[in-house]
Design a protein around this ligand. Structure first.
Ligand SMILES: Cc1cc2nc3c(=O)[nH]c(=O)nc-3n(C[C@H](O)[C@H](O)[C@H](O)COP(=O)(O)OP(=O)(O)OC[C@H]3O[C@@H](n4cnc5c(N)ncnc54)[C@H](O)[C@@H]3O)c2cc1C
Length: 407
């Protein structure tokens, strides 16, 4: 027998949960299929102020704010020449939110999913979407006991993240234009936080001459998430097992060496490679893809959860209007809209790896105050604010500031 619902969501990460919450609040029935049992770990622990705004709009900020996550006020970039650049979110263009959180994703994602469940979502855990028929809009789901159920929905949202269910099933995958990179990561306990490392920031240490970078995300007073991101070529040049590469990189970076001298790993070293991804298109007549199931860029500016919440939220708003009988132009209102933000972050990611952005950030020359604010606004996740020239023309603006500061 076929089970019917208004919207079927594949995946219970932030993109899926925020979409579910908005749809349920608008009175629609939601079935959410999640492959594994929660709480589950996923990488991506540092959020941006734009996340707070999206959570607030969905009525989810209070529950996240009450969970005791570490406050995040900005980003501190440090290179091997000991140059320090603090980007404080308070210096953005006056946007409503100017701080966020550093979160254990196993807790954060579970809290959001439980909110969807409280509102009446039919959440089916440890069940996997295995097939999709776009004509009939039917989805096949295999549960833990290997039983198959078929669902029919008016609309399907693919929020399967790294699972990339519909891109795989519908042959919509495209290679990313970004170079392949690796991330090797671990949680460490009892790192030394010196007085020149004020609380409330994610610390980004540049390794060598921009060979790699290390994220340092304080998750509690004593636990820090540490990750090393490098190109394939750099990583492979060491021919070291993961843990040895991790230890070697930490020992050989001026700042990490000091910070982790007495710290201990509290879990096994993890790895994710070739994580950047792209799709041919983000929607079809009866489905829409959100979050990492669409395009994922790079972790350097912590943009992943922001894009997941933005797309999940936007897709839900458009479905609600469509169910009210309004005509939706999914190309313009969804895909083109999302690509504005994605392309801004992409320009920043490219400028980070080719060194232009680091020259700007670490420059000792003064820029006009407004320029600084505009960059901070982008790094806060406000990448749809077309009044900001760094959103409107990201490449040209970065090039112009780079040329100005270089001379
Ligand atoms: C190295 C690295 C570091 C990162 N650091 C950051 C960071 O600091 N800040 C940040 O904002 N982002 C970061 N990210 C990005 C972040 O991980 C993602 O953008 C974010 O998790 C996307 O959320 P989502 O809801 O789209 O997908 P996910 O959080 O991946 O959730 C998808 C869910 O779908 C489920 N699923 C998969 N397949 C199926 C199936 N067949 N059937 C049913 N369910 C399925 C999965 O089990 C999963 O629970 C990082 C990424 C990488 C690679």
């Amino acid at each position: 027998m076929i089970q019917n619902c208004d919207v079927l969501i594949i995946g219970g990460g932030p993109a899926g949960s925020i979409a579910a919450v908005k749809l349920l609040k608008a009175g629609h029935s939601v079935t959410l299929i999640e492959k594994i049992s929660f709480p589950r770990f996923v990488i991506g622990e540092s959020l941006l102020p734009r996340c707070n705004q999206l959570l607030e709009e969905a009525g989810l900020l209070d529950v996240i704010a009450a969970a005791g996550f570490k406050f995040k006020g900005g980003v501190a970039f440090r290179n091997e020449d000991n140059a320090l650049k603090i980007v404080d979110f308070k210096d953005n263009l006056g946007q409503k939110h100017n701080s966020s959180f550093q979160v254990r994703r196993e807790t954060f994602d579970h809290l959001l999913l439980k909110e969807a469940e409280k509102l009446g979502a039919n959440v089916i855990m440890e069940a996997e979407v295995t097939a999709y028929d776009p004509k009939e809009n039917t989805i096949e789901v295999r549960n833990k006991a290997q039983e198959m159920t078929v669902y029919r929905a008016k609309k399907v949202i693919d929020a399967s993240g790294y699972g990339r269910v519909l891109p795989r099933l519908l042959n919509l995958e495209l290679p990313s234009s970004l170079a392949p990179r690796n991330a090797i990561f671990c949680r460490m306990e009892h790192d030394k936080r010196t007085p020149d490392q004020p609380e409330g920031y994610i610390y980004v240490y540049v390794v060598g001459d921009n060979d790699a970078w290390i994220w340092n995300i304080p998750l509690s007073d004593s636990v820090t998430s540490v990750g090393i991101v490098s190109s394939d070529t750099y990583f492979e040049s060491f021919s070291l097992p993961l843990e040895d590469f991790f230890d070697h990189t930490i020992r050989n970076n001026t700042h990490a060496k000091e910070r982790y001298a007495e710290a201990q790993k509290i879990n096994t070293v993890g790895y994710i490679g070739g994580y950047s991804s792209k799709v041919k298109n983000m929607f079809g007549e009866k489905f829409v893809m959100v979050g990492n199931a669409t395009e994922f860029l790079d972790p350097v500016f912590s943009s992943g959860v922001t894009l997941a919440l933005e797309s999940g939220s936007k897709a839900a708003d458009l479905i609600i209007r469509e169910f009210q009988g309004k005509r939706i132009d999914w190309q313009v209102e969804y895909e083109d809209y999302m690509m504005v933000g994605v392309n801004v972050f992409k320009a920043y990611v490219e400028a980070w790896y080719d060194g232009r952005l680091q020259s700007i950030l670490f420059s000792k020359k003064e820029t006009v105050e407004k320029i600084e604010q505009k960059i901070v606004s982008v790094l806060s996740g406000y990448v749809w604010d077309e009044k900001n020239m760094f959103v409107h023309s990201p490449e040209a603006s970065i090039d112009a500031i780079y040329a100005l500061l270089k001379n």
